[in-house]
Design a protein around this ligand. Structure first.
Ligand code: 48N
Length: 326
């Protein structure tokens, strides 16, 4: 009797459950997959595997001890960066690299930092940056494809995750995510007006629910300087410039203009500046106060506006007498 035909699927299935091959020795696994010896040993010995002992309170204390020590340490800081989008992270990378002596505190309302830079335009993956922003990609260590006048990072998340990992690895930078800046600390100036002397914070979920509960008071961070890069959209977009207008410290919002890549990116980078004493604004938040065009799905201006914001911050810190900053 002719052997029953065996379909490719069944054939494959038979392969999968074939005779139980003993697991390769760790050295074979290590050689196969270029894995470290430790991982290869694990993979060769699951039967003996077990995690070390733990008590739940140890995990709780490991988290809370560090978080509240950081909160205490950053209650007074040198530079606060509001918003961990592409501009804010670029500012943090540049400032943290140039001035490792500065204490830098990033406040990000999202649980996930990165702002609008996890995808390119219309949820597509690739991220376009016009030259000379490729210089920033090389400084951070982000690979890209060179297309002549512009470069393409194969996935926006590769840019954001690489930049984020570099910033988070810095000893002088602390990120508080899921935390919103819901107001600014101000001091009156002899010449009139105010200077910004820090930020007012709350858990983002609390900030979003002030209408549902009364009096969920905020916390504070005193800082010599604040860099605001809160973008142009989202629940808190353009936060600082809107707050300064409502405090009558700025006349009115210019309102972001229509999309014009050629004009928008130069305007944002060149317009990055200290807009009131103590507060530097960069990235797309700037388009809301200056009435600059939007650029759509090209991110070079965000990176270089962050670089510029860091440079302005260093200039201000060096020029301003200490007593004027606190
Ligand atoms: O990515 P965004 O929104 O802002 P930027 O300026 O870093 O980058 C803008 C860029 O993504 C574009 O919009 C591109 C180029 N498109 C242009 C166009 O024409 O459409 O990041 C801002 C970050 C976000 O992560 C927010 O969650 C955060 O700031 N944020 C805040 N964090 C704390 N407190 C706040 N009050 C606050 N407001 C915003």
């Amino acid at each position: 009797m002719a052997p029953a035909a065996v379909s490719p699927t069944q054939q494959h299935a038979q392969l999968a459950v074939g005779p139980k091959k003993p697991l390769n020795a760790a050295s074979e696994i290590e050689a196969q997959g270029n894995l470290t010896k430790e991982l290869a040993d694990l993979m060769a010995n699951w039967d003996d595997f077990s995690f070390g002992p733990i008590r739940e309170s140890q995990v709780s204390r490991a988290m809370t001890r560090r978080y509240f020590k950081d909160l205490d340490n950053h209650a007074e800081t040198d530079v606060v960066i509001i918003g961990a989008g592409s501009c804010g992270l670029s500012a943090a990378f540049t400032l943290g690299t140039m001035r490792p002596d500065l204490k830098i505190t990033i406040i990000e309302s999202g649980v996930a930092p990165g702002g609008g830079a996890w995808l390119g335009g219309q949820l597509f993956s690739a991220m376009v940056m016009r030259k000379p922003a490729d210089a920033f990609l090389r400084a951070v260590g982000v690979p890209y494809e060179d297309e002549g006048d512009y470069v393409v990072v194969k996935h926006a998340a590769l840019f954001t995750s690489t930049l984020l990992s570099r910033v988070l690895a810095m000893d002088n930078v602390k990120l508080f995510n899921a935390t919103a800046v819901e107001d600014l600390i101000t001091r009156p100036r002899e010449e009139g007006g105010v200077r910004v002397a820090g930020v007012v914070t709350n858990w983002t979920l609390v900030s979003l629910n002030h209408d549902t509960q009364s009096c969920m008071d905020p916390n504070t961070i005193n800082s010599a300087l604040t860099i605001s890069t809160t973008g142009h959209d989202g629940p808190f977009g353009a936060f600082s410039v809107k707050r300064l207008v409502s405090m009558k410290q700025l006349p009115e919002l210019g309102g972001m203009r229509g999309l014009d890549m050629q004009r928008a990116e130069d305007a944002i980078v060149k317009g990055t500046r200290e807009i009131v004493p103590g507060l530097i604004v960069g990235g797309m938040e700037l388009s809301e106060i200056d009435g600059a065009n939007r650029m759509g799905p090209t991110f070079g201006a965000m990176a270089l506006s962050g670089v510029r914001a860091a440079q302005v911050a260093i200039e201000v810190l060096e020029q301003r007498k200490k007593e004027d900053l606190f």
